[in-house]
Write a protein of this length. Structure first.
Length: 321
């Protein structure tokens, strides 16, 4: 089975290192020629949670070289803001992949692919594992966890491909489960991201720092309550108390970790706020549900992004209303 991992970030490097020994034809697709050349020369240097290091040779291609390709399975592990570009690039493939896994943190990641891929191909992926990219081909596995994969539609077009993938990963000892209610799983993760990511980015603190402030915990509660109301309007029956407990538990288990949004702010990059809290605001507006706390967080993060590069920040009026 030919598998491609699209995206050379932390999770992309981690999963390429995992897939390569199991699927010899696996290939990593990266955004820059510099990263391609680094990995071709040195492989992927994986640091396991135990501290043990392993260098894993991996096939890698620069995305500019990828034309007229054919893959059985595609792991799309880019930021959500890049998905439309990925979807457009897929039209150059000789045939669409039989299975496409979307690993993004927010909501609506399947949207750009509706007119590009045939029905029954798209799946979502939700993971509690942690990884940190430390260089072009260096990744630290910061925390073990579980990954869930499941279809966005009722039926898979190629169930045999999914079964083969899941079977090999399970046999290798990877904690991975098939989840028919993947949209609910995605919403649950979005609740946690909504509550943790923007606050840590604004306060410039690791996840655990939120638990030391009554004001931060009050805001987390308000964020989750708004998001749960929006989810319920879409038929996803979640409980605010349960989601708040889950967010607080994530803060405890990842106390020293710096959220992806905080890392983006520190590195001067655009964040994914528009697809996390921003998507809650947009969906709330469609359902007639007010989300003032989430809306304020979106605007505050947009102000932080202006410090990065005023020419690249969202245009005036682009904030959800």
């Amino acid at each position: 089975m030919r598998i491609a991992v699209w995206g050379g970030g932390s999770l992309g490097l981690l999963w390429t290192a995992r897939l390569t020994p199991l699927f010899p034809e696996a290939v990593l697709l990266v955004r820059t020629e510099k990263q391609r050349d680094w990995i071709r020369e040195r492989g992927i240097l994986l640091t396991r949670p135990s501290g043990e290091k392993e260098r894993i040779p991996a096939a890698v291609r620069w995305i500019g070289e990828v034309v007229n390709e054919s893959f059985d399975c595609l792991f799309i592990m880019v930021k959500q803001r890049d998905l439309r570009e990925v979807a457009e690039s897929l039209t150059a493939f000789s045939r669409p992949p039989s299975l496409v896994l979307l690993w993004q943190n927010g909501l609506g990641q399947d949207g750009p692919f509706g007119s590009v891929l045939p029905p029954g191909v798209l799946c979502g992926a939700v993971t509690t594992e942690g990884a940190l990219r430390e260089g072009h081909g260096e990744v630290r596995h910061t925390g073990e966890g579980t990954t869930w994969i499941g279809p966005f539609s009722e039926e898979l077009a190629h169930p045999g491909i999914a079964a083969k993938l899941m079977g090999k990963l399970k046999d290798a000892g990877i904690s991975i489960e098939w989840e028919n209610r993947i949209v609910r799983r995605i919403w649950e993760k979005v609740m946690v991201n909504c509550a943790i990511n923007p606050l840590t980015a604004l306060l410039r603190i690791p996840n655990g720092g939120l638990l030391h402030s009554d004001d931060a915990r009050f805001l987390m509660k308000s964020i989750v309550e708004e998001a749960v109301s929006v989810a319920r309007a879409e038929g996803i029956a979640l409980e605010a108390e349960d989601m708040l407990k889950r967010a607080e538990e994530v803060c405890r288990k990842t106390a020293v970790n710096r959220s992806s949004m905080l890392q983006d702010v520190e590195r001067g990059r655009l964040t994914e706020i528009d697809w996390i809290n921003g998507e809650v605001v947009r969906r709330g507006a469609r359902a007639g549900i007010e989300t003032p706390v989430n809306q304020t967080l979106v605007r505050l993060i947009h102000l932080l992004e202006m410090r990065r590069d005023p020419d690249e920040c969202p245009p005036a009026g682009s904030s959800p209303s």
